[in-house]
Design a protein around this ligand. Structure first.
Ligand code: SAM
Length: 198
């Protein structure tokens, strides 16, 4: 099993423990890989190792494979025929406003599709949707407000750190998103299980 841009490899650790599989992950951030959990085969790199793998995880990481929708083709190549991809990807629940895109840090509407477009793009890449689970508004509330709280706490505890201003800005944008009209129901996030066609 491969985890693309695994970050701290927390998802990979949980899946590996539960299913007792050989788990490989990579991320371009050396600090994250160095602080990853023991017992996993973790690498610092910015492109995937050669496949194919039985299962590939790509959670909030399609940018590491060229972004949506190109990442879907790359994922289809990484998994063997009949193998499965677990994709965690954003989608538009409604067309985003200019203000919302600005508060996402200058995103553009064509970076994502709507839910149906996400599924169609997977099928066009040779990946058949098997199951999907989407974040609820309660999930989003927990994610965004905890992100704001943690970013501001981190920055307050390290006033001289160059990263403090970056995190304060991230918290400011997230608060703007969460409090603007339609800010809580514009962006969705789906975990989609996909099977590569044989
Ligand atoms: C939003 S995080 C997701 C991490 C992980 N998949 C998770 O769900 O916790 C995105 C990750 O992509 C990594 N990243 C960005 N570009 C990359 C690249 N070209 N190759 C590998 N990792 C990359 C970042 O370092 C970061 O850890």
């Amino acid at each position: 099993m491969l985890d693309v841009a695994c970050g701290r490899a927390e998802v990979l650790r949980r899946v590996a423990e539960r299913f007792d599989v050989e788990a490989t992950g990579y991320d371009s951030d050396a600090a994250l890989i160095e602080s990853g959990p023991p017992g996993l085969d973790l690498h610092v790199r910015d492109s995937p190792p050669p496949g194919p793998f039985d299962v590939v995880l790509c959670i909030a990481a399609s940018h590491a494979l060229g972004g949506f929708p190109d990442a879907l083709g790359a994922l289809a190549q990484l998994v063997q025929p009949g193998g499965e991809v677990l994709l965690g990807e954003g989608y538009w629940r409604r067309p985003p406003s200019t203000e919302y895109l600005d508060a996402l840090g200058g995103a553009s509407a064509d970076e994502l599709a709507d839910y149906s477009g996400l599924m169609r793009a997977a099928e066009e890449a040779g990946l058949t949707p098997l199951h999907a689970s989407v974040a609820s508004e309660a999930d989003w509330d927990r994610y965004e407000w905890l992100l704001i709280l943690n970013a501001e706490r981190w920055a307050a505890a390290r006033p001289g750190d160059p990263g403090a201003e970056v995190l304060r800005e991230r918290a400011r944008s997230a608060r703007e998103r969460m409090t603007m009209p339609r800010g809580r129901d514009t962006l969705g996030f789906a975990m989609v299980l996909l099977r590569r066609d044989a």
